[in-house]
Design a protein around this ligand. Structure first.
Ligand code: C5J
Length: 226
């Protein structure tokens, strides 16, 4: 049985790698570039750029092997009908969700700032799940998309580690998916929060799942077949 060398112990891959999906969480301009939602909340968004090459590498391998790739995108309808008042006012940002900024309306679907960064642009046949919450299962078709493709294993990347990545990983774990987070393909505005999240995920025998380095993940995927 192929495995990825991981913490707290080896992550077993299924015999058929088509059951493994790459999850790319919220690699959007709104979180990675100046003038978006992340910056409006006072964060140093430049920190997140460092993981782009690692995510690109995984995206290239999944594409080359013809394996499923799912990107998520946090954003709201133009009328903000799916944005709770609590979310809009949280953090007293300079620009609130729906306000106009340098990249269009903050965290609104279809705006320039809300799009996935060009370096990771999905291909037309790849799945993109728009989500109004931090978790990608809340009010989305993600679960149906996974079930219809018989996907059982999710390899997580993206931002931010302790918010949308961790929330989605916990949602997936509760639904029975085998989840692995790639340590150097996820990032936070707060290095301590990233480390704490990695520790929490793999504590207690992998209570939420596994973590592995990019190198170990790529090596493990090479040993699997489809
Ligand atoms: C946040 C996310 N941090 N993608 N969203 O609001 O983690």
């Amino acid at each position: 049985m192929p495995v990825i060398s991981a913490q707290p112990y080896d992550y077993p891959l299924p015999a058929n790698l088509l059951q493994v999906a790459l999850m790319i969480i919220d690699m959007q301009r709104d979180f990675l570039e100046p003038g978006g939602f992340g910056a409006a909340l006072g964060n140093d968004v430049s920190r997140l750029q460092a993981i782009v090459p690692a995510v690109q590498q995984l995206q290239a391998v999944f594409r080359a092997k013809g394996l499923p790739i799912i990107q998520t995108q946090e954003g709201h309808q133009r009328d903000l009908s799916d944005c709770p008042v609590s979310k809009r006012s949280r953090g007293q940002p300079q620009l609130k969700i729906g306000d106009s900024g340098p990249m269009g309306r903050i965290l609104v679907l279809g705006e320039l700032g809300n799009g996935i960064i060009p370096a990771l642009e999905p291909k037309p046949d790849e799945i993109v799940i728009s989500k109004p919450g931090k978790g990608a299962f809340y009010r989305t078709a993600l679960e149906a998309a996974l079930r219809s493709r018989q996907i059982t294993h999710l390899i997580f990347t993206g931002v931010t580690t302790e918010v949308c990545v961790q929330t989605t990983m916990r949602e997936a774990n509760d639904r029975g998916y085998e989840c692995l987070l790639v340590e150097d393909a996820t990032e936070s505005y707060f290095p301590d929060f990233k480390q704490a999240t990695l520790d929490m995920i793999r504590a207690q025998g992998g209570i939420v799942g596994w973590t592995a380095t990019l190198e170990a993940t790529l090596t493990g995927l090479q040993t699997g077949s489809r």
